[in-house]
Design a binder for this molecule. Structure first.
Ligand SMILES: [Zn+2]
Length: 415
């Protein structure tokens, strides 16, 4: 059945906003078959009309970086003044008194429900356990579950690589058994300060041939810059305290982007998460590789790492996506709240660019072709929002004032 939806505004992302636009949806296939302006009516025969003339429709949002397995830590690791102090506090809570597996899985399930309720359709989820895999498999979300590994001792790299690949295959089987084709499994190195160069190289190309995408935390804190440049500082102390330091890790002696470039792992399927400490030249260099920079500004502030230069990031011309990071370092997984934080940090960045990052930016990075746009072939599971009557610039409203999502509906629930 074809349903023609008339909307007050359509935000196609890859094309300008359409005021009083129409969108034809094939409800049997669950995808969009046509989008257009009022002046150019559809020539298709519609079986039914749906009037949403008070509403704005946009693609489901993509949270390109979170850790659902940490959802049970919500509210348990307070904001810190320094990154390493926060990491130590998080590790103490997570491993000091480990939560029961059922509680971890239950919290991940609740977190997914909150993402679905706030307009998120795509996810890049990082885990070093299986905890979030079954909840994800049963959800409406699309995207990638990255199995993450870390280990700074070069001698451990081969073993850790093999263990990670086994875990990815397990995720693959769980998703297949659930009949879930919306999500793919892949693998990811944690960060250059925690992961040896061989392990980074082994994981950063992703899990081929399923989906050759990967992810790495990069340039999150000043402590990371110090450790990469000198092999010293609070991150070296942390590695030693955790038994991860055996003195054989060769100090790169360069900045984070230069280091990954030396390792040959910067590619268009890599999600580079945070970039809080990247300078303009590094952002430009990163942009030229095709990698996607994933901003998690609220989390950066929470963990005491500062905030990214959001305007510089967008000015670099590189691909940008948006994530929340985990509930251990952010109050909620609501991407509209994340957009509002970015708007506060960068009043000069066009709302259109921020919305693109929150949709198509993440969808492309994760290899989800059906997400991120309103266009033929894209999923009809789109977000419906109702702006207050006085709103004329809906893109600005969506990024600056729409974090209360009590009005939010999913289009396919209305069809
Ligand atoms: Zn993270």
């Amino acid at each position: 059945m074809i349903v023609r939806v008339h909307a007050g505004w359509l935000v196609p992302i890859a094309a300008p906003v359409l005021r009083h636009g129409w969108m034809d949806v094939d409800t049997a296939r669950g995808d969009i078959v046509g989008v257009g302006a009022a002046e150019a009516p559809s020539e298709r025969q519609a079986d039914r009309l749906l009037d949403l003339s008070e509403a704005v429709i946009l693609p489901g949002l993509v949270n390109a970086h979170t850790h659902l397995e940490l959802s049970h830590l919500a509210g348990q690791v307070p904001p810190a003044d320094s990154f390493v102090a926060w990491v130590r506090a998080m590790l103490a809570v997570r491993f000091g008194t480990p939560a029961a597996p059922a509680a971890v899985i239950g919290a991940a399930r609740e977190a997914i429900a909150s993402m679905e309720a706030t307009g998120t359709l795509g996810v890049g989820d990082i885990g070093n356990t299986d905890a979030s895999v079954s909840p994800l498999a049963a959800s409406s979300l699309w995207g990638v579950h990255f199995r993450e590994a870390l280990g700074l001792r070069p001698a451990d790299a081969t073993r850790l690589l093999e263990e990670t690949r086994l875990a990815v295959r397990r995720t693959h089987h769980t998703l297949c058994a659930a009949g879930n084709t919306r999500l793919s499994p892949s693998c990811a190195p944690h960060a250059p300060y925690s992961t040896s160069s061989d392990l980074i190289r082994g994981l950063a190309s992703g899990y081929e041939p399923a989906r050759a995408v990967s992810s790495i935390h990069l340039a999150e804190s000043t402590e990371e810059l110090v450790f990469l440049a000198t092999g010293q500082g609070p991150l070296r102390d942390l590695a030693a305290d955790r038994g991860a330091w055996d003195g054989t890790w060769p100090t790169p002696g360069v900045g984070p982007v230069a280091y990954l470039a030396q390792l040959g792992v910067l590619h268009h399927g890599l999600l580079v998460v945070h970039g809080t400490q990247l300078r303009r030249e590094e952002l430009r260099m990163l942009a030229s590789t095709g990698a996607t920079l994933v901003l998690c500004a609220r989390s950066n502030r929470w963990v005491g790492a500062g905030v990214p230069s959001v305007s510089e990031v967008f000015a670099s011309g590189g691909a940008v996506a948006i994530g929340t990071d985990s509930l251990a370092s952010v109050a909620d997984l609501n991407l509209f709240a994340e957009l509002q934080a970015l708007r506060d940090l960068a009043p000069d960045v066009p709302a259109r660019s921020l919305l693109r990052a929150a949709t198509l930016g993440g969808a492309r990075a994760l290899g989800c072709d059906a997400l991120g746009v309103l266009a033929p072939g894209a999923t009809s599971r789109a977000v419906v929002r109702v702006p207050p009557p006085a709103v004329t610039d809906v893109e600005e409203w969506l990024v600056a004032e729409a974090s209360d999502t009590s009005d939010l509906r999913w289009l396919d629930d209305l069809l």
